[in-house]
Design a protein around this ligand. Structure first.
Ligand code: FES
Ligand code: FES
Length: 223
């Protein structure tokens, strides 16, 4: 049995004799009745339990509470409440980015951290220019949110909500290249399904030479 202090949403909670096998998710939901974080799979597969630990997103079903003595833990309740919604929460509301809402706390916690990661120019699996990742690309947002599953398939509107806040928050930063193709998420058609990772051509890599262009250039013709 363990004694520890957890700081959740800027409030300290002391525990005596906590079973060290208890996950952070169960401590929040069952011991403290902080029920914003949801238990979807309990196996790190769905993201419904996402919280922020010292600003980093984490699946709280996969981490033990005793590992977080002294950490700053933020759940959806710490991001905003109905009377004081965060910009992202408001955007989810405005864009109807949920249906049943079960995944939404995790989606918003995850997207809150995503915005900070983009601001810090962290690259993702689909980033083509590691020196200048364009977080506004739909494919970037889809990849960075791929750990959060929505069984209602509200993905298009989730992406629209995140795009709106991202665009506003990073529009004046060097992250957005003036001549980058498709650099505005709003310029990109968002289909009704979660997009697969894009090809180079979809991203707009201008260095790709089409076979017809090559043939024309080889004959000295103007393409
Ligand atoms: S409940 Fe934690 S990832 Fe699904
Ligand atoms: S809104 Fe229902 S699971 Fe996402």
């Amino acid at each position: 049995m363990s004694n520890l202090t957890l700081t959740i949403n800027q409030q300290d909670y002391e525990f005596d004799n906590l079973d060290p096998r208890t996950t952070l998710l169960d401590v929040c939901r069952h011991h403290l009745h902080i029920t914003g974080p949801k238990k979807g799979c309990d196996h790190g597969q769905c993201g419904a339990c996402t919280m922020l630990i010292n600003g980093r997103r984490i699946n709280s079903c996969l981490t033990l509470a005793v590992m977080h003595d002294g950490d700053e833990i933020t759940t959806i309740e710490g991001i905003g409440m109905p009377e004081s919604l965060s910009e992202l929460q408001q955007a989810f509301k405005d864009h109807d980015a949920f249906q049943c809402g079960y995944c939404t706390p995790g989606q918003i916690c995850s997207a809150t951290a995503l915005i900070e990661e983009v601001k810090q120019q962290w690259s993702s699996h689909v980033t083509t220019d590691l020196q200048n990742p364009n977080g506004l690309l739909v494919q970037e947002i889809a990849e960075r949110m791929s750990g959060n599953i929505c069984r209602c398939s509200a993905y298009p509107n989730i992406i629209r909500a995140i795009s709106q806040v991202l665009e506003k928050q990073v529009s004046n930063s060097s992250l957005v290249s003036d001549n980058a193709p498709n650099d505005k998420a709003t310029d990109v058609t968002i289909s009704g399904i979660w997009s697969p990772p894009p090809s180079e051509a979809q991203i707009g890599n201008q260095s790709i030479i089409k076979p017809t262009d090559y043939a024309a250039n080889a004959q000295g013709e103007r393409s």
